[in-house]
Ligand binder design. Structure first.
Ligand SMILES: Cc1cc2nc3c(=O)[nH]c(=O)nc-3n(C[C@H](O)[C@H](O)[C@H](O)COP(=O)(O)OP(=O)(O)OC[C@H]3O[C@@H](n4cnc5c(N)ncnc54)[C@H](O)[C@@H]3O)c2cc1C
Length: 389
């Protein structure tokens, strides 16, 4: 610790007990152990830290806002590297619709800063108020508008990463496999060049509700052919009841046009507010464990039906097949869910990542990819040791 302190200003390092406790877990609530926290302010700080870690063998855990739901930024006797002081929004190229931004910038802050330019970054996870650009790239976040805008990797042009050898790497679109969705195992993302798009001129919503799953899925098929569609969020009857909506299969469809039934801005804010309050409400209702399977369209009906029969509340980004069933703590049905996802050809993690929580479910192909990346970028396993698989 003395050695670590000597590398930085006193305000940039802490091993105080209250700090270590605060950083010992992320939003997954998986408990870890934090040795110390470092707040780098420059890329050189991170290079120095990575070199120190390579010499001492200490594990470094990059952390954004800690909103991750699978223990990705949970330390395991590690030093946590918090990106909170990497908050510059540097260059906006209006013609190219590009912005250069540091990893610790929260998404909402970026979009607020961009508002006068008429542009925005349209990947919006439910945690948009605090999730950082670095965390979103590392998890390849999707979210509320994935049906229209895809996921984070679709919007990254270039990243600057400090790898496990302490070297600064400038990685572009062609290398996205090395950083997007890699959960910080190849190094710490310091800065990113992101593509932007125009803020839509008009928005409207329709809240559909259905008695039968099959009818709902038929309507979803139709809605997905509409080029103005910008979000397609599902709440099963259990979840809909919790936010005061009719306890049926509900679908909130957003359009970048005036064709939705609800056009009043205050009403739209209320509906989105209800949808976004769901995660906290479900935790209060005793369902704190959030999963994020992604099912192919043909497997949705059978699996949504199974979740209903099990009395499991579900919401999610139905337009891209990502669901968020919510479970009780230590619920044995989570393993059953994973088997069902695998059997259907889906993904165990549609957007949250594998972290510590799902690493034992990693496929052989993922393990091989991770090992190859580690050999290239982090041969001494300095960054996020034991995560992802
Ligand atoms: C209420 C709620 C709603 C959510 N909704 C969504 C959603 O709709 N879609 C979605 O995709 N996710 C969602 N999430 C999950 C989470 O918010 C996202 O995974 C988000 O991208 C994490 O960002 P973060 O800054 O909090 O990262 P953290 O949680 O701090 O870290 C996540 C992972 O990224 C790594 N990491 C963080 N910063 C860096 C960096 N600079 N360089 C390298 N690696 C780094 C960490 O080591 C960790 O493995 C939600 C979470 C909550 C609590």
């Amino acid at each position: 610790m003395d050695q670590l302190e000597s590398l930085f200003q006193p305000t940039q390092v802490s091993n105080r007990e209250e700090t270590r406790i605060a950083y010992s877990r992320d939003a997954s609530r998986i408990q870890g152990e934090c040795r110390a926290v470092v707040w780098p302010e420059t890329v050189t700080d991170i290079v120095r830290l990575a070199q120190w870690a390579a010499e001492t063998g200490v594990d470094l855990v990059p952390r954004g806002a800690g909103t991750g739901l699978c223990g990705g930024s949970t330390p395991q006797n590690s030093v946590v590297v918090d990106s909170a002081r990497l908050r510059h929004i540097d260059v906006l190229n209006l013609q190219l619709k590009h912005v250069v931004v540091e990893a610790g910038v929260p998404l909402d802050q970026l979009n607020l800063n961009l508002r006068s330019s008429g542009l925005f970054l349209p990947v919006i996870p439910g945690s948009h108020r605090s999730a950082t650009i670095g965390g979103m790239i590392a998890t390849n976040a999707a979210g509320l508008h994935a049906v229209r805008y895809g996921r984070m990797s679709d919007w990254v042009e270039e990243v600057v990463v400090v790898d496990g050898k302490g070297e600064i790497q400038r990685l572009s679109v062609g290398d996205r496999n090395a950083f997007a969705g890699r959960e910080g195992i190849t190094g710490m993302i310091v800065q990113a060049t992101l593509r932007l798009t125009e803020i839509p001129k008009s928005r409207s919503l329709t809240l559909f509700s259905f008695e039968h799953l099959a009818d709902m899925l038929e309507q979803v098929k139709q809605l997905k052919t509409n080029s103005a569609l910008s979000a397609l969020e599902y709440l099963n009857p259990h979840a809909a009841g919790l936010v005061g909506w009719t306890a049926r299969h509900c679908v909130l469809a957003e359009y970048y046009s005036g064709e939705g039934e609800i056009r009043d801005p205050a009403e739209m804010v209320n509906l989105w507010g209800a949808r976004e309050s769901l995660s906290a409400r479900l935790t209060q209702a005793g369902f704190p464990i959030s999963e994020d399977p992604q099912f192919p369209p043909e497997a949705l009906e059978d699996n949504l039906d199974w979740l209903m029969v099990q009395n499991i509340p579900v919401f999610g980004h139905l337009g891209v097949g990502i669901l968020h069933p919510r479970f009780l703590r230590e619920d044995a049905r989570i393993a059953e869910l994973y088997y069902r996802v695998s059997a259907s050809g889906g993904q165990i993690s549609g957007e949250h990542g594998m972290g510590l929580k799902k690493r034992h479910w990693a496929s052989e192909a993922l393990k091989a990819e991770v090992l190859a990346l580690k050999r290239q970028f982090d041969p001494q396993h300095i960054f996020n040791r034991g995560k992802l698989c």
